[in-house]
Structures are given as C-alpha cells and as structure tokens.
Design a protein around this ligand. Structure first.
Ligand code: AMP
Length: 175
C-alpha cells in the first residue's frame, strides 16, 4: 500500500532499539495525507460520532481534519500541565516511570459518542489512558483509530481485551 511507503522509519530514535515511524513524510504528501483523512472520514461518516478526541501531538494532525470532515468538534488530550482550565487526569506507565494525560472536564458531555485518534498504537498505554479520560467525562467510545499498528507490542489486543473496538490502516513488524 502506498501509505506504508510514505512513512519514514528512523532506526534507534529516540533511543537504541526503537524503530521510529515518522508520519511527517506522509503528511507532507498531499495524496497520502488526503488518503488517510478520507479513509477515516468515510469509515465514521455513518457512525453518529459526536466528537473526535486526538492525542498530543500527532493525534491532533490526523484527528482535527477528520473531525472537521465529519462536521463534529475536536477535543485535545494533552500531557500534564498544558490545558488551562479544569481537567481530568490519568496516569499511565511508560517503559521507565510514569506519565499523565489530561482532558478538560467540560470537553465531552455524558453519552456523547467519541472517536479516539492517534498516529500510532504500540503498547496501547497512551490510548488506554485517553479512553479512561473519555470515560471519566461520561463519553462513549465508538472506536479507537490509528494510522499505524505495531502488532508485536500488543496495544491493539490490549484495547480489545477491554472491549474497545480498534481500527488501523497499516502495520509494521517489530518495535
Ligand atoms: P503506546 O502508549 O506504547 O501505544 O505509544 C503510543 C504513542 O507513542 C503514540 O502517541 C505514538 O506517537 C508514540 N510512539 C510509540 N512508539 C512509536 C514508534 N515506534 N514510532 C513513532 N511513534 C511512536
């Protein structure tokens, strides 16, 4: 698939052993960028989505145009301390230590149907924390969508084991 060829792989970034899947080469290509946004927009056009939630920061680049194309609002999930108003917060585990993601408490209303978007799912820890924030707001997660899946890291299975539906466009082997 041409989308896969547009994603650049940078070995040993940001640290040895990681194969960084870089979407900047995909989004600078108008056909590639349009393909991804159209693929998501078509899939969700009949699913009665109320809001798209994107995870900082590459989830904003993909999520915001999808929200606009669906005619719904966009909600950012950000790293701790970046959102100015009252937030819900969720801690999640990294390889070494912990991190936090946050969402404004008034960003999502009870029973709103939410599409979660990020560029890539690896272990699924970030997406699971974002889902917890959506649940804290009372939202209903329709699906979690990613451009890239790294199946060997188990994130998709992890979300599916929590009864969350997951959709991805391309897969890469390895880390
Ligand atoms: P995880 O919580 O392990 O699923 O990691 C997903 C988050 O980390 C996403 O926001 C990705 O943008 C980023 N990420 C993790 N692994 C990679 C990778 N190999 N290449 C690019 N981004 C990655």
């Amino acid at each position: 698939m041409f989308i896969k060829d547009l994603i650049r792989t940078i070995p040993d970034y940001p640290k040895p052993g990681i194969m960084f899947r870089d979407i900047t080469t995909l989004i600078k290509d108008p056909k590639g960028f349009n393909y991804v946004i159209t693929e998501f927009s078509r899939r969700y056009s009949d699913m009665k989505i109320d809001k798209v939630v994107g995870i900082e920061s590459r989830g904003f680049i993909i999520g915001a145009p999808v929200a606009n194309s669906l005619g719904v609002g966009f909600v950012p999930v950000r790293k701790r301390g970046k959102l100015p108003a009252k937030t819900h917060s969720c801690e999640y585990q990294l390889e070494y230590g912990f991190d936090h993601v946050e969402v404004h408490v008034d960003a999502i209303s009870t029973k709103e149907r939410i599409l979660l978007i990020d560029d890539l799912i690896a272990t699924g820890g970030t997406a699971e924390a974002a889902c917890s924030l959506i649940n804290q707001c009372g939202g209903e997660i329709v699906e979690c969508a990613f451009v890239i899946d790294l199946p060997e890291l188990g994130g998709k299975k992890r979300l599916e084991s929590k009864c969350l539906s997951v959709f991805t466009i391309v897969e890469f082997a390895g880390h």
